[in-house]
Design a protein around this ligand. Structure first.
Ligand SMILES: [Zn+2]
Length: 500
């Protein structure tokens, strides 16, 4: 059995998705969960990009013990120095350097230009290798690069001590057979390739990222780059859960390979990443979408009850999805509440537990039965509160047939109460206009979704939105049994990210 190294880049490529930005505390929280999930390498960020990113990579390097921690760098001295310094405290530090090798990226057409690129790659590899023992190199846009040229680049960086060669399909242009032959050709034409592990990095622009990654494995790649929920630049990266479950489910094809992933942590990791990045998981998303294991047609339902494998190729328990069960109600005590959360895998400190319990009591007053999914939302809301600049103190709305919708909102800004009234096209619009007036922000609403967390008329509503404030996108989410309140909380959550 051969091991497939899982290289998770949720905190680097994933975080590059517009509006997905995470603060260092949130990145650390995700890193802990990735470690629990069993990923081999965590690409924690791009340290030279900002002091915040440097800090996040350094914090993660100090705290993560089982997974290797990697920092990204261009082939520039400043980048490499910064990345090597940030990952230094890690038990297994790694620096990942990249350099574009395709003509379209280089904008040159002559061999001389290629020679210059080769020189830069070689120098950067040597420079990096002196600062970190574990170096990964990516010829960016490899799938659109001249074969002969990437062979030369790969050979020369391996000569300088690079031990992982990553092949990125940077623009998501390739297809499975092409990836297969590219990896095969690299193995056959780079004389020293046996000294390095081949990795694959696919994007989903044509919806082929998982298929391409699996094809690379069959051709000899032994490391896969992926992200939780497939988040990432543009259409995203190959999704960790899809790759891991394909390897596990199709033993007839991939029986020679295994990963270190504890698949029962997949669902929780997926929820955490979705919640902290405010990237909603589409209901039909493979493995982790709400509908991934639900059967609607009567014929299917009947067959699944008789024999699960008729229409289900995986057991939802294997990815950590438990059927949402009735767990608690108004009269449940703190102990039962804490126990249930522990069973669900949440680790809260005393302060967080108190806040979550107070919130639970509040919800239980309005909602008779509290399910696992409700608890998850309550806890996820509470664990990410980091001293918000604006808090909702109260609101009222008036709306109806032939009534111009209006809202009055009172916010608490660090102890000071501010109230504003506004009208709008609907009650939510009136609330958002009022919020704009109080905060003096000309925020533009880019995306707004509302969904029920569980079924029933008293279900918790979960609002999720994206605001553009001064050309940067901030996402926010909030939940309440009152959907107007959930919308206001989501708006404030995004505004508070701006205000930090
Ligand atoms: Zn990428």
């Amino acid at each position: 059995m051969e091991k497939i190294i899982i290289f998770d880049t949720t905190l680097r490529d994933g975080e590059q998705a517009p509006g997905a930005s995470l603060n260092p505390q949130q990145k650390l929280e995700i890193a802990f969960q990735l470690e629990k999930l069993g990923v081999d390498v965590i690409e924690a960020g791009f340290p030279v990009a900002s002091p915040g990113d440097f800090q996040a990579v350094q914090d993660i390097s100090r705290k993560i013990k089982k997974s290797a921690v990697c920092g990204l760098a261009r082939c520039l001295k400043a980048d490499i120095t910064s990345a090597a310094k940030a990952v230094k405290p890690a038990k297994h530090p790694r620096v990942h350097i990249f350099l574009a090798t395709s003509k379209i990226h280089l904008q040159y057409k002559f061999r001389k230009a290629e020679d210059e690129i080769l020189k830069i790659a070689k120098y950067a590899a040597r420079f990096a290798r002196l600062r970190c023992a574990d170096i990964e190199f990516s010829p960016e846009d490899a799938t659109r690069s001249e074969r002969q040229f990437i062979y030369r680049v790969i050979e020369s960086v391996i000569d300088e001590g690079v031990n992982t060669i990553n092949i990125p399909d940077t623009v998501g242009y390739s297809y499975p057979q092409e990836i297969y032959s590219l990896i095969t050709d690299i193995r056959n034409n780079v004389p020293n390739i046996e000294k390095a592990v081949i990795a694959i990095h696919c994007h989903d622009d044509l919806g082929l990222s998982t298929a391409n990654s699996l094809s690379a494995i069959l051709a000899g790649a032994r490391q896969v780059h992926c992200t939780i929920n497939g988040i990432g630049e543009r259409a995203g990266n190959a999704s960790l859960e899809e790759i891991v479950m394909a390897l596990k489910t199709r033993k007839d094809v991939f029986g020679d390979f295994f990963t270190r992933i504890n698949t029962r942590e997949i669902y929780r990791t997926s929820r955490l990443v979705s919640n902290l990045t405010d990237f909603v998981i589409p209901p039909n998303k493979a493995i982790v979408g709400r509908n991934a294991f639900s059967h609607e047609s009567g014929i299917h339902q009947d067959a699944v009850l008789k024999k699960r494998s008729t229409y289900e190729i995986m057991d939802p328990h294997e990815v950590g999805i438990s059927s949402s069960q009735l767990v608690l109600g108004k009269h449940s005590g703190r102990h039962a509440f804490g126990d249930r959360l522990k069973n669900m895998g949440f680790k809260l400190d005393a302060k967080q537990l108190n806040r979550a319990f107070a919130r639970f009591k509040d919800v239980a007053d309005k909602k008779k039965d509290i399910y696992d999914d409700d608890l998850r939302i309550i806890v996820e809301d509470e664990i990410r509160v980091i001293k918000p600049a604006w808090k909702l103190a109260g609101f009222s709305i008036s709306s109806g047939t032939n009534i111009k919708p209006s809202a009055k909102i009172t916010l608490d800004k660090r102890g000071k109460l501010l109230s504003v009234e506004s009208t709008g096209d609907g009650p939510v619009d009136a609330c958002f206009r009022a919020l704009d007036k109080i905060t003096h922000l000309k925020a533009k609403l880019e995306d707004f979704r509302l969904e029920a967390v569980t079924s029933g008329k008293d279900a918790l509503g979960h609002a999720n939105l994206k605001l553009r404030i001064k050309s940067i996108i901030y996402s926010g989410s909030g939940s309440s049994t009152d959907i107007i309140e959930a919308s206001i909380l989501a708006y404030l959550n995004a505004v508070n990210k701006y205000a930090i």
